[in-house]
Ligand binder design. Structure first.
Ligand SMILES: Cc1cc2nc3c(=O)[nH]c(=O)nc-3n(C[C@H](O)[C@H](O)[C@H](O)COP(=O)(O)OP(=O)(O)OC[C@H]3O[C@@H](n4cnc5c(N)ncnc54)[C@H](O)[C@@H]3O)c2cc1C
Ligand code: FES
Length: 274
């Protein structure tokens, strides 16, 4: 069946059941949707804000009872969503994309900024496996550390090491999270690195994964319109992020290194520096 006609691509109207202010610029929104409750960690959805726009968002909570998106206020659509109230309606399509591949053994999870939202359901799935998790959480400042308590609570079920780094040193070690990742990789071996966050951060994680010969899975963001591989707004090299990703392996990212970490595309298709 064409991707256009699938049940996932049909717009469903859902009621906002809860709203939480997570950080000064980030709110999470809870709603119910049957299809999304069966999504895989790392898949994404399209959220339609009536009269404004439709934008891609990761699912940061997936359960039969409630789905959660966590939205940073950056522009017109996200600002409009932040002004919505409990009981208001939004539209959703999805789930789209591939999601993370779950492995067993010893894994490192590296999250930065709102990228952490896509990693939260991953941590839930990892905690059900035979894994040892090193979770490294980074943000500019302590007020922007997302889902710290939630992630720590989920990881309490497994052997884990949870560390924080902030650029201003207001929580955890001072500096960027990739420096902390490098320290760990220098002394320990991992079976997989999972990462989501600013692209420059993920690019550094790609370089580290190559240097330490550790497999990597990274979740990418690009402009998205159709989310089903038709419009081409989300291209990176030979890949369409909505259809071939948003999660890519280190091998795949090495093939698009001239773009990954350096450029994204604007809505007119022109390359813009990251
Ligand atoms: C797979 C995926 C998952 C994402 N998950 C989250 C998430 O969990 N939480 C979150 O806060 N944000 C997430 N984003 C980013 C989010 O989609 C953008 O912040 C949002 O679209 C901005 O819209 P705006 O109208 O508020 O801002 P605008 O003023 O339109 O743009 C601000 C910036 O947002 C980006 N942007 C704008 N439109 C789009 C679009 N259609 N697709 C992608 N990026 C766009 C551009 O880089 C632009 O420079 C995700 C993006 C992708 C591709
Ligand atoms: S968003 Fe249209 S091809 Fe990916």
């Amino acid at each position: 069946m064409s991707a256009y006609l699938t049940a996932a691509n049909r717009l469903r109207i859902v009621k906002i059941e809860d709203i939480q202010q997570e950080t000064p610029t980030v709110k999470s929104f809870t709603f119910k949707d049957d299809l999304l409750s069966k999504a895989k960690p790392g898949q994404f959805i399209m959220v339609w804000i009536p009269d404004v726009d439709e934008v891609p968002m990761s699912l940061s909570g997936i359960s039969p009872y409630a789905c959660l998106i966590c939205v940073k206020k950056v522009g017109e659509a996200t600002k409009a969503l932040h002004q919505r109230n409990i009981g208001d309606y939004i539209g959703v399509r999805g789930p789209f994309g591939n999601g993370f591949r779950i492995v067993r053994g010893k894994v490192m999870v590296v999250g930065g900024g709102t990228g952490t939202t896509a990693l939260t359901p991953l941590v839930g799935s990892l905690a059900e496996e035979d894994v040892q998790v090193t979770f490294l959480l980074g943000a500019k400042t302590r007020h922007e550390l997302l889902f710290r308590n939630r992630i720590q609570a989920v990881l309490s079920k497994v052997k884990c090491d949870f560390q924080v780094a902030t650029k201003d040193g207001s929580c955890g070690s001072k500096g960027v999270i990739t420096d902390l990742a490098e320290k760990y990789l220098n002394k320990e071996e991992f079976d997989m690195i999972y990462t989501c966050g600013p692209e420059r951060m993920m690019y550094k994680m790609l370089l580290l994964s190559e240097r330490f010969q550790t497999p990597l899975q990274a979740s990418l963001e690009r402009l998205m319109r159709c989310a089903i591989g038709i419009c081409g707004t989300c291209v990176i090299g030979k890949f369409r992020v909505c259809r071939d990703g948003p999660v890519f392996t280190g091998e795949q990212l090495s093939e698009v290194k001239e773009e990954f970490g350096h450029f994204k595309r604007a809505f007119n298709g022109r390359k813009v520096k990251l």
